[in-house]
Design a protein around this ligand. Structure first.
Ligand code: ACO
Length: 316
């Protein structure tokens, strides 16, 4: 047994920060950001937490599934930017949507949502019925807003799926290569009198070029592997929904895979890189655009901190 997607939802905070707004904070320009990254604007929290955004995306997904909060029997949230380690983002969502089911978080940075979805598929095989899977991030609180090489990239938001038993999860792949030299995302240092907390990087640290190389290699390799594992060819794929990290990464993948760019769902211009929320938000936009037809094959692919990557093929 596998899963089908019953409903999707997403949410971004109201405040929009444009490239021109950022050019007032750091030495950058709309032209550089559009050419090198492909972001025009991003949504930034003015107080909403990752859990607040997660709950709003979840409510939309539950509504589109035709269910109520109390119908959900498991919640798995992916996040690196929850306000607290405990309660978890998933736990906070449980309370906000009126569910009473178990709820827990997984963390695999930008690949987190696909790790959470894959985990949910395993739980489905154990008899769970309606599982809520969320990716939610308030990266604006982890970014150094004086560092032009990172602050122009990221944005805040959340996306969610409600999944139910079905036969639409055709293949998947998870990858981790534990290492902190390319990307490091800090956590609370503590105030123990017995050792000096040594936070090397107080904010998100990313070696952009190394991350770029990792991303372009993994996205191509992962998409080829999961497509073959689903007994499909790339021609059979109707849509490609990848992590929105850099427009050039998606263009590279399109060229290397020989999959037309029109099949890629691209919304990085509006939201920037929302880490674990990005694939879920892009998928929700695809779903709500009305373009999906029963039987469509969609490949999802994400990569990022960890280093990690994940991909899967689903049938709509
Ligand atoms: N505005 C203007 N100039 C800038 C900016 C900016 N915002 N940022 C950097 N520059 C400058 C640099 O200082 C450098 O100047 P120099 O040549 O005088 O030294 C020049 O632009 C080129 O810098 P690079 O770092 O080589 O720029 P690059 O083209 O590699 O773009 C970027 C940087 C956008 C970060 C790119 O490397 C990238 O997208 N990497 C992948 C990111 C990614 O996939 N992240 C996903 C995971 S994130 C996670 O998991 C949390």
């Amino acid at each position: 047994m596998s899963i089908r997607i019953l409903g999707t939802g997403s949410y971004v905070p109201e405040k929009i920060v444009t490239n021109d707004d950022l050019a007032k904070l750091v030495d950058t320009s709309d032209e550089w950001i559009m050419q090198r990254v492909g972001v025009k604007e991003r949504h930034v929290s003015e107080g909403e937490t990752a859990a607040d955004m997660a709950a709003k995306a979840a409510e939309r997904a539950i509504e589109s599934a035709g269910l109520k909060g109390e119908d959900i029997d498991l919640i798995i949230a992916a996040s690196i930017s929850g306000e607290t380690l405990s309660p978890t983002v998933a736990g906070m969502v449980q309370k906000k949507i009126g569910a009473t089911c178990p709820a827990f978080d997984v963390n695999s940075a930008c690949s987190g949502f696909l790790f959470a979805l894959d985990t949910a598929v395993s739980y489905m095989m154990r008899g769970y019925k309606n599982i809520l899977v969320i990716g939610a991030e308030r990266l604006s609180k982890l970014v150094d807003w004086t560092d032009r090489s990172t602050c122009v990239i990221f944005g805040d938001g959340a996306g969610a799926f409600v999944i139910a038993p079905g036969d639409g999860y055709l293949s998947s792949k998870l990858y981790t290569s534990g290492d902190n030299s390319v990307i490091e995302i800090p956590s609370f240092g503590g105030s123990s009198p017995f050792y000096k907390a040594d936070l090397k990087h107080p904010y998100i640290f990313m070696d952009g070029q190394e991350t770029f190389k990792f991303a372009v290699n993994k996205i191509v390799e992962d998409i080829k592997e999961v497509t073959a594992a689903a007994n499909l060819t790339l021609d059979d794929i109707d849509y490609v929904v990848t992590h929105q990290a850099n427009i050039r990464i998606m263009e590279f993948a399109s060229k290397r895979l020989k999959v037309p760019k029109e099949k890629f769902v691209i919304n990085i211009d509006k939201y920037g890189n929302t880490s674990s929320a990005s694939v879920a938000i892009a998928f929700d936009e695809l779903n709500r655009s009305g373009r999906l037809k029963r039987g469509d094959k969609i490949v999802m692919s994400a990569f990022g901190g960890g280093l990690s990557s994940a991909a899967c093929v689903i049938e709509w």
